[in-house]
Design a protein around this ligand. Structure first.
Ligand SMILES: *Cc1c(COP(=O)(O)O)cnc(C)c1O
Length: 399
């Protein structure tokens, strides 16, 4: 736990934030078994220490995960008398958004973690929540043996327990492309629905939370007195809708702009083969630049495509499908570290990271900077509630 308060860079400190997370940083702890198995295999320099930052322990609200951090910077807009960003991204007219908001509306895959965090936040703010879930997103439902269970347990159940209205849409339903009619209907009933895009990444303020998280990590690095560079040289994090890794890139850039010697490698691990890596790279770059502009960077000059490092070799067969290698990573973390991952994002990140720990890239980096010791951070973004909807015995059958 932090001994000194978190000091935010000036511009970031001025941006309104509604505290959802605990007032202290989410914990970072070593992954001892992974560290020793990595070093046993390498038995040479560099020594590698592996840590995890527990974003699943970041907030007191239901099913804590990375979305609460993003939402901290969105709540001030939700609660303002005249919100700026509540319209759907397809909303045509230039009419101003009419406050005050009565309902939060968002969407996701059937076992979306994001929707649960929005629903929990809505309740906390005294608002209604409408959650739109899409059957066709990814392969989780398609490969589930018990489809009824997949559609009604895990995060779906938690959404309902939280009192959200849940609407489930079939594959190909026009609503899955454009939820504007749902919002219009709510307006016509006298509600004021505030739209939060899937994963909150397309929201103009969506990447700020992880820019702040980067400041938090640097603060924790100092208090931990790490070996080697004294920093987390490699940071592995899931990349889904993209503003988590985008925000981190912007936040670390802001702090590294002051001429520190070696730069951290932020590796965004993709989890879906649906869209090519270049699509995600463009999005992450735009989220990083948008956040960068808000926190005082010169976006085009300071954040380059070279800063965006995405890993697409471990996406598996489909979004939301636990392929057999990913299942091994999930079980390894459970049985060696007693850390439970989620089947959609963090298990794929762990698998990718375990692969990287054996790769030359890390030792090349150590050589480049003359380091005998390299520190690696795995960001646990949450999502374990989805695990309850997965039957691991059958979900590991590849698509
Ligand atoms: C949403 C989510 C992610 C992905 O974050 P993005 O910002 O959408 O890239 C990763 N892990 C978990 C558990 C999530 O729920």
């Amino acid at each position: 736990m932090a001994k000194t308060p978190l000091q935010l860079p000036e511009k970031l400190a001025q941006i309104p934030r509604y505290p959802i997370l605990y007032p202290h940083p989410s914990p970072i702890h070593p992954l001892l078994s992974l560290t020793s198995s990595t070093n046993n295999r390498l038995h040479k320099t560099p020594q590698i220490s592996v840590f995890t930052k527990r974003e699943d322990h970041s907030a007191p609200l239901a099913c804590a995960g990375n979305k609460y951090r993003k939402l901290e910077y969105i709540v001030p807009d939700i609660c303002s008398k005249s919100p700026k960003y509540g319209h759907h991204e397809h909303h045509q007219e230039a009419d101003p958004f009419p406050g005050p908001v009565t309902t939060l509306v968002t969407e996701g895959a059937i076992q979306s973690n994001h929707t649960v965090q929005v629903a929990a936040l809505a309740k906390k703010l005294g608002l209604k929540a409408l959650v739109l879930l899409h059957r066709g997103t990814g392969g989780g439902l398609r490969t589930a043996r018990d489809k009824h269970a997949f559609l009604s347990t895990g995060n779906v159940q938690i959404n309902r327990v939280l009192g959200a209205e849940v609407q489930i849409y079939a594959e190909g339903d026009p609503m899955t492309e454009d939820a504007e009619p749902v919002l219009q209907e709510l307006f016509s009933k006298g509600e004021v629905p505030y739209w939060i895009p899937g994963g909150a990444s397309l929201h103009p303020l969506g990447a700020l939370g992880y820019a702040r998280a980067a400041v938090e990590i640097v603060h924790q690095e100092k208090e931990m007195s790490l070996h080697g560079s004294g920093k987390f040289d490699f940071v592995f994090v899931a990349c889904g809708s993209g503003s988590t890794v985008g925000g981190l890139i912007a936040g670390f850039k802001l702090l590294e702009n002051d001429g520190m010697s070696c730069t951290r490698r932020i590796i965004g691990v993709l989890n879906s083969p649906t869209k090519p890596k270049t699509y995600h790279e463009q999005r992450v770059l735009s989220f990083a630049r948008r956040a960068g502009g808000l926190i005082g960077l010169e976006p085009e000059r300071d954040i380059k495509m070279l800063d965006v490092r995405l890993e697409d070799r471990f996406v598996g067969t489909a979004y939301g499908v636990l392929d057999s290698e990913t299942k091994v990573a999930l079980e390894t973390m459970a049985q060696n570290e007693s850390v439970i991952l989620d089947p959609v994002y963090t298990a794929k990140v762990a698998r990718a990271m375990m692969h990287w720990l054996q790769e030359k890239e890390i030792s090349n980096y150590a050589e480049e900077y003359g380091l005998e010791h390299v520190n690696v951070l795995f960001i646990h973004t949450g999502g374990q509630a989805a695990l309850g909807a997965y039957d691991l015995d059958v979900h590991n059958q590849d698509d």
